[in-house]
Ligand binder design. Structure first.
Ligand SMILES: *Cc1c(COP(=O)(O)O)cnc(C)c1O
Length: 475
């Protein structure tokens, strides 16, 4: 497909502006362009077709099944978009006088109360703009806490090898040293390995529970207790709350701080890099270090506590993600929040049980909201890899699952169906998996050619990551 710049033809614009009828303001020469900006010139019809063609090449939740493990690509009710689009929410300015935005402050207050109740935390900040940003913020709270107690020898953050890649990265960015611990054969935290590494240099532990193989760690209370007894704090990576919302609370599992991705579990669409929210909750002991004083109706939103870690983002964060979360929670009501979690877990177990007939599921207990398939045996015996199968699934009209993650499972396919899919959709996806298994067995080579039905076949992933060409040099 041609770029819009390549389609451009000189003087082909589509603006009809009358001649200027006011005197030229006469900008200083230092502020004016020496050459006109290079903008594409097309007629309106071609512009419209260009963007429609681009949109058709993308795959989103609105196009089909999207079981991208750890990403929660679920359906976000359109109602929440409509509410976030209301003028009173979308057309405000952060420096507007407080008495003109009381309704918005009320929404922040409501969302804060609901999310504190769901996580079991005492305070919250909506500033962080993404999950990894929330991790950094939560870790800076932990750092500030130890510093305030002059406990400066605590320089290490323990991260299990099943963790999301952002965890060790955030800990490093926050100035900690990362201590990796291997998971046990059941995919959970190895208690002996944890006991062996905690000590006076432990600042804290970062954990996702259910973990990235989709298992709820039965020893969670013991784990958080081991860290607390060693003087460390516990960080809960709650990017993905689908499996537990309304059922169990990180606060009750012994965690001191948690981040939530409102753009995963709480109805802000994501995938295009658009505005997100890595909302961070914390227990009272960390509240004095929060970026902002909170979001009370007292208008305290712009003030920071004396020991605050400072701003991590301007003003109150991406406010409209909070509006969507509040609308979502208000629509569900307290009784239906756990229903979301139950359905997410039910859908994942339904798929996992059916796929077990042909596929190898290394951690085969009942799963939570996602499960992991390993194609290691298939790769070894007939040369069909997780990548090949993912490409084959694309040909069947669905988005592939997450592949090669978590790292502790070889040739991993991580499937997260989410609660918003119907039984018919799940059955169609299961049939696609089964058909591909048979195809792989009968004719392994055919899968090396997949996908054949998509606009792009197999791009060079390494080159795309290492030498991305992100700008256009005009001829
Ligand atoms: C998605 C995810 C993150 C990172 O969230 P971003 O918004 O992409 O920065 C962190 N941890 C887990 C478990 C996740 O699934």
């Amino acid at each position: 497909m041609k770029l819009i710049f390549e389609k451009s033809r000189k003087n082909r614009g589509c603006t009809i502006l009358p001649p200027c009828d006011v005197p030229d303001a006469g900008l200083p020469a230092s502020l004016t362009r020496k050459k006109p900006a290079r903008l594409p010139e097309l007629d309106e019809n071609e512009i419209s077709r260009h963007y429609s063609a681009l949109a058709k090449r993308a795959f989103g939740v609105n196009d089909g099944f999207y079981p991208l493990g750890s990403c929660t690509m679920k359906y976000n009710p359109k109602l929440n978009e409509e509410i976030a689009g209301l003028q009173g929410f979308k057309d405000i300015h952060p420096l507007q006088p407080e008495h003109t935005v009381q309704g918005c402050l009320k929404i922040l207050d409501l969302a804060s109360a609901y999310l504190r109740e769901i996580t079991g935390m005492d305070d919250i900040t909506f500033q962080p703009a993404a999950g990894a940003h929330g991790e950094l913020t939560g870790l800076l709270l932990i750092k500030a806490y130890h510093k305030s107690r002059k406990d400066t020898a605590r320089t290490k953050i323990i991260v299990p090898d099943s963790a999301h890649g952002t965890n060790p990265a955030s800990a490093t960015m926050a100035g900690f040293e990362v201590v990796n611990i291997a998971s046990g054969t059941d995919g959970c935290v190895d208690l002996a390995a944890l006991r062996a590494v905690v000590g006076p240099d432990t600042a804290g532990l970062m954990l996702t529970n259910p973990n990235t193989v989709g298992i709820f760690d039965p020893n969670i209370l013991e784990i958080t207790d081991i860290v607390h007894k060693a003087g460390g704090l516990n960080y809960y990576d709650g990017a993905n709350l689908n499996a537990i919302m309304g059922i169990v609370r990180p606060g009750d599992m012994g965690f001191d701080t948690v981040h939530l991705n409102l753009h995963k579990s709480f109805s802000t669409p994501h995938g295009g890099g658009g505005p997100g929210s890595g909302t961070v909750g914390c227990k009272q002991l960390l509240a004095p270090f929060l970026p902002l004083s909170g979001c009370g109706l007292d208008g305290g939103a712009a003030k920071g506590p004396a020991q605050s870690i400072g701003r991590v983002r301007a003003f109150g964060g991406n406010f409209l993600t909070v509006v969507r979360a509040a609308a979502y929670l208000l629509t569900l009501g307290k009784e239906n929040v756990p229903e979301v979690a139950r359905n997410a877990v039910l859908n994942a177990n339904y798929m996992m049980e059916k796929l077990k007939a042909k596929y190898h599921i290394p951690y085969a207990g009942p799963c939570m909201h996602e499960f992991v398939i390993s194609l290691e045996q298939m790769k070894e015996s007939i040369g069909v890899s997780a990548l090949d199968l993912a490409k084959g699934l694309q040909d069947k009209g669905m988005h592939p699952p997450t592949i090669y993650f978590p790292l502790i499972v070889h040739e991993a396919l991580m499937v997260e169906p989410t609660e918003t899919e119907s039984r018919e959709t799940l059955d169609t996806a299961i049939a696609a998996f089964m058909a591909l298994y048979d195809q792989a067995t009968a004719n392994p080579d055919s899968l090396h050619a997949s996908p054949v039905n998509t606009v792009i076949g197999r791009p060079d992933d390494v080159k795309a990551a290492r030498q991305p060409v992100l700008h256009y040099t005009p001829a």
